[in-house]
Design a protein around this ligand. Structure first.
Ligand code: G3I
Length: 454
């Protein structure tokens, strides 16, 4: 397979011939990699900025202690490289198999790492039985697949790549032809609605490659996301794979920002970079993410160069012996450099159910809460907005409704009814906001937050 990877300065295109390409609970706190000092590992440094730093993981490598040693030291988000794909999870129609994926989820849960789910629907790695289907039979099988797999992992996935690589390369800006596409142009929104119903707490992403700069393909995706947002189709995030062949495009950050301005979270989902300016390129990607307040985190597509799908290109942060490369140091230094306070939107954007002016004039902040309720539980996202002056810490008073039990929270420390900032989100510039959240069983009624600045 030949894939065109756009990277480098200007419009450098690098043809890569691939000889053989062949969430702890959603909403868990941004975890420091176990035992790490803030600033000394990728995960800890990203967490200092309210972001995650993740990697793709292959279940078959979890028995390799060099591999897991790096994984658990450096990364706090995991994407299964292949184990959650359709051919892996439903090899025979209606018979679901989660062996490899469950191993990875168990590893993540045991090591305080969150999960990105990848990918519910993709025209590649369809099981053979689906490749041979079309029309309404395929549409029905697709939706059953989305519902069943997202339901199996309900509450365990931070974000799902609901649909992967549905847009065509080149200048059309349109959809890629596939048997999925031929079931009708509404297949993507149908998939997002099915995923939302199956796991209301997971962020739902569209994920693609060669969308890293402003170009016809990324503009096609942009127009779809804009349309979905305007019609209430549940989409929360866009993944930019970022398989690069040198420096990211000069408009990389601007491209992330234009998507963020649609109200969605943006994520770098499959980062790997070949070429002699690799270290600088990694640093530039990190800086772009830190400069976009809705950029939630970065995932590299593998750990060591020997783990990469790009055989022979050495595009990752660790060499085949597990040693840190110059690109690692550049990435860590960039993560420890300046960056915006993270501010990512909640899984859906219903109007706030309640708000409070924060206990009156002089307390410096306001808090509002939005709720995503499903049968038996909910996710509450609380937005803390600074007043006319910057604040350096905040506490939100928000009693949990009677009958509700909090099962997880993120970006916050809780003591009873008091929810206080953590180290990286106490400082909020005048008029800006940060967000924390929690997941609970029960019903979200009467949530009425009050905010006071430290
Ligand atoms: O596990 C079998 C092994 O038993 C068998 O002997 C061998 C023979 O070919 O194949 C092995 O499976 C391979 C699998 O990777 C695990 O190594 C598949 O053939 C191979 O197709 C598969 O490639 C994956 C590729 O997606 C599939 O298109 C890569 O690992 C994976 O990194 C890559 O990831 C994709 C993302 O999902 C989407 N974005 C692009 C990215 C790179 O292509």
């Amino acid at each position: 397979m030949t894939r065109t990877i756009r990277g480098g300065r200007g419009r450098l295109r690098l043809a890569v011939t691939l000889a053989a390409v062949s969430a702890v609970a959603a909403g868990a706190a941004v975890a420091l990699a176990s035992g790490a000092e803030a600033g000394s590992t990728l995960g800890a440094s990203a967490a200092e900025k309210g972001r995650y730093f993740g990697t793709a993981v292959a279940a078959g490598k979890l028995s390799n202690s060099q591999y897991t040693g790096i994984l658990d030291r450096e990364f706090n988000m995991i994407t299964p490289e292949n184990e959650m794909k359709w051919d892996a999870t439903e090899p025979t129609q209606g018979q679901f198999r989660y062996t490899g994926a469950d191993q990875i989820v168990a590893h993540a849960q045991a090591h305080g790492q969150r999960m990105r789910g990848h990918a519910l629907l993709w025209y590649q790695q369809e099981p053979g039985w689906a490749q041979n289907m079309s029309g309404s039979a395929l549409r029905s099988a697709m939706m059953n697949h989305v519902t069943t797999v997202a339901g199996h992992y309900k509450g365990k996935i931070y974000a799902w790549d609901v649909v992967n690589e549905a847009f065509a390369d080149g200048n059309s800006g349109g959809r890629r032809d596939s048997n999925l596409q031929r079931t009708g142009n509404d297949w993507i929104e149908a998939a997002f609605r099915a995923a939302r119903a199956a796991d209301p707490g997971a962020k739902l992403c569209y994920n693609d490659y060669n969308t890293d700069g402003i170009n016809a393909k990324s503009t096609g995706v942009y127009n779809m996301v804009k349309d979905f947002r305007s019609r209430g189709v549940p989409i929360d995030c866009v993944g930019f794979q970022s398989h690069l062949g040198g420096l990211p495009p000069s408009d990389y950050q601007a491209n992330l920002q234009r998507f963020a301005d649609l109200g969605v979270e943006v994520q770098i989902t499959e980062l790997d970079i070949s070429g002699s300016n690799q270290a600088t390129a990694y640093a530039n990607v990190v800086k772009a993410c830190l400069n976009v307040s809705r950029c939630a985190g970065i995932t590299t597509w593998g750990i060591r160069d020997s783990d990469s799908w790009r055989t022979g290109e050495n595009p990752l942060l660790f060499d085949a012996n597990g040693n840190k490369k110059a690109a690692y140091t550049a990435t860590l230094n960039a993560l420890n450099g300046p960056g915006s306070t993270v501010s990512t939107p909640p899984v859906s954007s219903p109007p706030p159910v309640s708000s409070s002016p924060g206990g009156g004039t002089g307390n410096g902040c306001t808090a509002t809460v939005s709720v995503n309720q499903w049968e038996g539980g909910f996710v509450a996202t609380v937005r803390v907005t600074a007043g006319s002056s910057a604040i350096n810490g905040w506490t939100v008073t928000l009693p949990v409704p009677s009958g509700a039990t909090v099962t997880g929270s993120w970006n916050v420390t809780r003591s009873g009814n008091s929810w206080t900032n953590v180290s990286y989100n106490g400082h909020v510039e005048a008029g800006q906001y940060t967000e924390f959240g929690f997941q609970a069983t029960g019903t979200a009624s009467g949530l009425n937050p009050a905010c006071s600045a430290a």
